[in-house]
Structures are given as structure tokens and as C-alpha cells.
Design a protein around this ligand. Structure first.
Ligand SMILES: O=P(O)(O)OC[C@@]1(O)O[C@H](CO)[C@@H](O)[C@@H]1O
Length: 660
């Protein structure tokens, strides 16, 4: 840093609504207490973060040079406030008591340091696996080091230099930001920018174009949770045979909850340290042992003539790692449970959609039949009029490909589809696949579209490659183990052997579903942009329209939840639908464990109660919500057709959008 003001301490001007009264910038203050806030979850093998001098300290106290005059000290108001995120504002690194600040200051630098360590430790194998040179590795490593330095010193974002259409868009978005500093802009923009910039480091090399710096961690995460997958796979066998209404509903609800608690398994919150749910259950049990819940109140005496009320059940004292038992153990941690509504309304909407599809198909068939009859009649007349030699020739039957109508004109989908906007790979993706399999096997839907990321994202998010890896790893698993203590025992009290037989069958079925197009993987660019979902229509109207064809869309995980709510600290009692701010391409399901400081749809008083008990409960991933908005924007003939409309398809047959 070359500012002439270095070392000159100037008084701070009072900040509107805030109180950084001490001299020096808040980042300077936080330097003294850099260990003050830490996440409730252990950061595993994370390396200690060493705070470097932030040029922010200079920026807010740097004197201005007046041409021809002296250096004049100016007091710029610091945007840093010693508070949590105020109500209704976007989560941002300027609120020093927020998880956003902690993440930018402590968590992400550790994540970047781990990549640097990995590159220096395993450079040889990375080079040979990717066909990369020493130069490639060095350049990528330098880009990560620079990124980390720029973040910790709160620099302005750098523009992207790689020559791609996506990079150009990013540069435009950066240009449009009012605040271009890492901490001063919204947490969402900065965090997404960091992961996109990491990717650019590889894109700028020759040999690391396809390198996924999180792949090894994701693979271990899969291996660490195979035991759980086997337990779930064994139960899935009882869920996939066509069942009667009540059982079907109960199984649907159970699988939604399996999907929820699987969201504990992200590697970003744990800073890349492995999340093993078996260990997590043991830790939670130990926590309960040290801090047991109060006993339930005694049963209330019944009023005259009425039976006494039953005593409330004792809260569990052991948290099982069996995913089905876990649902019961964690019942009180599920803060909003819309699962029953989801099961009913998805089934009803799917039935109605199927009727509409069949009716539309019938209409097409009638038109086609009428046309065929006319054609045959015309042909017959032509034939009769044709020369004799032509009559001897065989008639050629043409197999017309099934046309996909212009998506801009289509108001009834091609199939009953359920969409999953995926979050983490490994056990979480496995759980999503189980739900998808169930919906197809029970004939509730005909197809499931999985939306994944087009680049490594927030460490453990699913990419297309991860998706195939998980399915193949399930198909080939030969896991076999005596059940860990705490799991159900086998017959006669003998230790139960957990095996992968059913897991393999699931993997094989999923591969077949992929081949048949029943499962479809889509990696749209929008999911790795910094935009929140209320802006999807503006930035990606085609994706918005594609989503409109779904019977419902399930958004998994915390980051998706943040984007659904516009990444704002909304009032916790605001309803889910209102919090979506108009983003309802189809009915929306949010399945999320709470890992960031925003939530909606809570009953009055709940947020205060939880915060009084533990002010960091929203950072732990210990709580969850399953929320539902049944509304969906009706599909109309679009007044804003897709880009290919009238270019190639002319509104009749779409050659482009085969994923609708
Ligand atoms: O989306 P996920 O996997 O459930 O969670 C992602 C996460 O770990 O990363 C973000 C912070 O970096 C937070 O929103 C959240 O804590």
C-alpha cells in the first residue's frame, strides 16, 4: 500500500444508523478481535486465518490531494456497522455481526487457502490427470492467491479477462454494481463472483479447462455416507411398488424429510471438511448429554367428564444416524412443515395436468386423423389419375419424428414433470434421486428434470459430472459393513449387516431412467449467476418459461433459499409466498436446513425464542424448513417468445428446446 496517509489516524465521522465510534475503520477494529465470532460448527482441519491489512483502512481515512494545495484529511463515512443485518436489507459484508461478514472475513479465505494447499500438495497428480503443464498449475495457483488477497484487503472486483460470452455478461453486471468492493456489495454478488473468478483461473489455462478443484472432496463425501444410502435404499424397495393413497402420501412426506436432513451434508459450511452424518448424530447426542432438554410438563388434568390429556413425549436423548429415525428425532427442529400440503397438491395438480396433456394429444390426433383421411382421399384420387407404372410401386411409409411445438406457443406441457433445483452432491443428491424415483414409480409424474451447476460451485454443489458419478457409484457399490452402534439390530439381536444390494439396483434403475429421458439433467447458466430468483424473468426468460411447465419445482438447500428470498433479511413472520417477491413460475417447494440469517413463514415469537436460546442458531444447519407456495403463473402464449422463435422454428416445430 502506497498511500501517503499510512499510519495517520483520523477521526471517523458518525455513521448514519450505526456506531463505529472508535478511530480507525471497523475492519481495523475487527483485526483486534478477529477471533470474536466463530461459527457454531467446528471448522475441522481449517487453517487459522491471518488477517492482512485491509486497504479499506486506508480508503476511509485517506487524505484527498487537492490540486495545487495540501493533503486534506477527509472523513468518509464507513459503511461498516457493528450490527447484524438490519431488517429487510440484503445480507452484506458490511454488517459486522452477520454471518455474511464472518463468511467473507474468515470462511472464504480458508476455503481459498485449502485450494492453494491442494494445488501445491497434489500438483503432480493434478497435472497428469488433466494433461496440464507446470505453467498451467502455477498460473491457476497465482490466480487463487490473488483472489484471496483481493478479498481480505477488500479491493474492487477485477473484470474478467477470459474471452467468453459469459465473462462479458459478468463484466457488465460488475459495471452495474453501485459498490464494487468485496465487503461493501451484497454478499450474494461477492460470493458468486468469487466462485466464478476461481473458475476463470482454470479457463485461462490450456490444460486445466475441465479441472474441478473440489472433485476429490466431493468423492470422499460420497464414500463417507454410503452406509446411510444403503439404509435408505433398503427402505426404498417398500416405497416403489404402486401403493394405495394413504401409504403413497406418507412415503412422499417421508422422502421430502429425508431430502431435507440430507442438506446438512454441504461442504461449504464445513469449509470443505467432510460431513459425516453418522459422526454428526454422535456429536448431537453428546451435546444432548451435556445439555439435556427439560422434562416435559406433567399431564394436564381433564375437565369434568373429560379424560386427562396425555403427557407430552420426552424429547429424544439420543440422535440416531438412521435417516428414518432422524426424521423423528429432529421433529422439533423442523420449523415449518408443509409436507402434507405438498403431497396432496402435487398429486392433484399432476392428475389435472395429465388430463390436460391427454386432451391436447387427443385434439392433435383428431386433427391428424382428419388430415390423414383427407390425404388418403387425395392420394387415392391422384393415384387413380396417375400412369399405370406408378401404381405398381410400393407406397413409402414415412416415420415422422415427434414434433416439439414452439415453446412460446405451447400452453400444455409435453409430460407431467417435476423439477429439482439441486444443491449438494453425494448423500444429498442421492436423497433427491430417491424422491424422483418414487414420484415416477408411483406414476405421480412422468419425468423429473434435475437442474445442476455448469461449474464447480460452493464446493459441493452438483455438476453434471458429479450427477453421473453418484449414479455410477451407486450402481457399482459393494459396501458391506456391520451396522454402526445406534442402528437397528438384526434378527435375534445379532448385529445387522448393511449391504449395497438395493443401492446397486437403484443406481441401475437411475441409469436406465437417464437413457430413457425419464430423468433429465440440465445445467443452465443462470444457476451460476449472482442473480436472485425474482430477477430470472429479466435475465433468463427462456429458463423461466421452461420452469413454468413443471407440476412443481423443489429448490434444495440454503443458497437456493437465499436466492428465492432475494437474499434479504425479511421479517421472519412474513409468509413464504410474499417473500418470493413474484417469483412463481410454478408451485414452489423449498427444502432447506438453515445456514444463513434469513427465514420466512415462522409463527409469531418463534424467531425470538430461538434467538434467545442461541443467537447463532441460523448458522448451524441444525434447523430446517419445508415450505410450499401452491400458486404458479399460468402458461399463456408468450408475448416474449424465445430467441429461436421465427429464426429457425417459425412457431411450428422447435428444433432447439428438446428439454421442454
Ligand atoms: O446451499 P447449501 O449447500 O445448503 O449451503 C451453502 C452454505 O453453506 O454456503 C453459504 C455461505 O457460503 C450459505 O448460504 C450456506 O451456509
Amino acid at each position: 500500500m502506497s498511500s501517503p496517509a499510512k499510519g495517520v489516524a483520523l477521526p471517523q465521522s458518525p455513521v448514519k444508523g450505526g456506531s463505529p465510534t472508535k478511530p480507525g475503520s471497523p475492519l481495523a477494529q475487527s483485526k483486534k478481535s478477529s477471533k470474536a465470532s466463530s461459527p457454531t460448527r467446528s471448522t475441522g482441519a481449517a487453517q487459522p486465518f491471518v488477517h492482512q491489512n485491509s486497504d479499506d483502512e486506508d480508503y476511509y481515512t485517506r487524505p484527498d490531494f487537492i490540486y495545487g494545495g495540501p493533503f486534506i484529511g477527509v472523513n468518509r463515512p464507513s459503511p461498516f456497522l457493528d450490527t447484524g443485518t438490519p431488517m429487510n436489507l440484503p445480507l452484506q459484508g458490511t454488517f459486522k455481526k452477520s454471518f455474511a461478514y464472518f463468511s467473507l472475513k474468515e470462511r472464504i479465505p480458508v476455503i481459498l487457502t485449502k485450494i492453494i494447499d491442494y494445488l501445491s500438495r497434489d500438483g503432480g497428480s493434478i497435472k497428469s490427470a488433466n494433461g496440464a503443464s507446470e505453467e498451467d498449475l502455477k498460473n491457476f495457483m497465482q490466480s487463487v492467491v490473488k483472489l484471496k488477497n483481493d478479498l481480505v484487503t477488500n479491493k474492487d472486483y477485477d473484470p474478467f479477462t477470459v474471452d467468453t460470452a459469459n465473462a462479458k455478461k459478468w463484466n457488465m453486471w460488475i459495471e452495474n454494481q453501485e459498490n464494487k468492493k468485496y465487503f461493501n456489495n451484497t454478499w450474494m454478488f461477492t460470493e458468486c463472483y468469487l466462485y466464478r473468478k476461481l473458475r476463470e483461473g482454470c479457463e485461462l489455462t490450456k490444460g486445466l479447462q475441465k479441472f474441478d478443484y473440489f472433485e476429490a472432496q466431493k468423492k470422499s463425501a460420497f464414500d463417507n455416507n454410503v452406509e446411510l444410502m444403503c439404509i435408505v435404499a433398503d427402505k426404498m424397495v417398500t416405497m416403489v411398488n404402486k401403493s394405495e393413497k394413504d401409504k403413497r402420501k406418507a412415503d412422499f412426506i417421508t422422502l421430502l424429510k429425508i431430502c431435507l436432513w440430507a442438506n446438512k451434508c454441504d461442504l461449504s459450511l464445513s469449509l470443505g471438511s467432510q460431513v459425516n452424518l453418522i459422526q454428526a448424530a454422535k456429536d448431537a447426542t453428546e451435546k444432548l448429554r451435556l445439555n439435556p432438554p427439560p422434562p416435559p410438563p406433567p399431564p394436564k388434568k381433564g375437565k369434568k367428564g373429560k379424560p386427562a390429556k396425555e403427557a407430552a413425549p420426552q424429547a429424544p436423548l439420543v440422535i440416531s444416524h438412521d435417516p428414518f429415525q432422524m426424521i423423528l428425532d429432529l421433529k422439533d427442529k423442523l420449523l415449518v412443515d408443509d409436507t402434507a400440503k405438498i403431497a396432496d397438491q402435487v398429486q392433484n395438480k399432476a392428475d389435472a395436468m395429465l388430463k390436460a396433456i391427454n386432451a391436447a394429444a387427443e385434439e392433435v390426433k383428431d386433427t391428424k386423423d382428419a388430415k390423414d383421411t383427407k390425404d388418403t382421399k387425395d392420394k387415392k384420387e391422384t393415384k387413380e389419375a396417375a400412369p399405370a407404372e406408378a401404381k405398381d410401386g410400393k407406397e413409402k411409409k414415412e416415420d415422422a419424428p415427434k414434433p416439439i411445438p414452439c415453446p412460446a406457443k405451447m400452453t400444455v406441457p409435453q409430460a407431467v414433470m417435476f423439477d429439482i433445483v439441486c444443491d449438494n452432491t453425494g448423500y444429498e443428491l442421492f436423497a433427491d434421486l430417491c424422491l424422483a424415483h418414487f414420484l415416477v414409480a408411483q406414476k405421480i409424474v412422468q419425468k423429473v428434470r434435475f437442474h445442476v451447476k455448469d461449474m464447480p460451485w460452493f464446493i459441493s454443489d452438483v455438476t453434471e459430472k458429479d450427477f453421473r458419478y453418484v449414479i455410477d457409484a451407486c450402481s457399482n457399490s459393494n459396501f458391506s459393513k456391520e451396522a454402526s452402534s445406534g442402528a437397528t439390530e438384526g434378527e435375534g439381536g445379532a448385529p445387522k449387516i448393511i449391504k449395497a444390494d438395493n443401492l446397486r439396483l437403484l443406481g441401475q434403475a437411475w441409469n436406465q431412467y437417464l437413457t430413457d429421458g425419464v430423468f433429465q439433467v440440465m445445467a443452465e447458466e443462470f444457476w451460476t449467476t449472482p442473480h436472485v430468483y425474482r430477477d430470472m424473468k429479466k435475465y433468463d426468460p427462456i429458463l423461466y418459461r421452461k420452469l413454468q411447465y413443471a407440476v412443481a419445482i423443489m429448490f434444495k438447500g440454503d443458497l437456493n433459499y437465499r436466492k428465492l428470498l432475494g437474499d434479504r433479511n425479511v421479517n421472519p413472520t412474513t409468509g413464504f409466498e410474499a417473500s418470493l417477491q413474484g417469483f412463481i413460475p410454478a408451485p414452489i417447494i423449498a427444502v432447506r436446513t438453515v445456514k444463513a440469517e434469513l427465514i420466512c413463514g415462522l409463527p409469531k415469537g418463534k424467531w425470538d425464542q430461538l434467538t434467545t436460546a442461541d443467537e447463532k442458531w441460523m448458522q448451524s444447519g441444525d434447523y430446517g424448513v419445508i415450505q410450499f407456495c401452491p400458486k404458479g403463473e399460468a402458461l399463456k402464449v408468450s408475448d416474449r417468445p424465445c430467441m429461436d422463435y421465427c429464426q429457425t422454428c417459425f412457431g411450428v416445430v422447435c428444433p432447439e428446446h428438446t428439454d421442454i
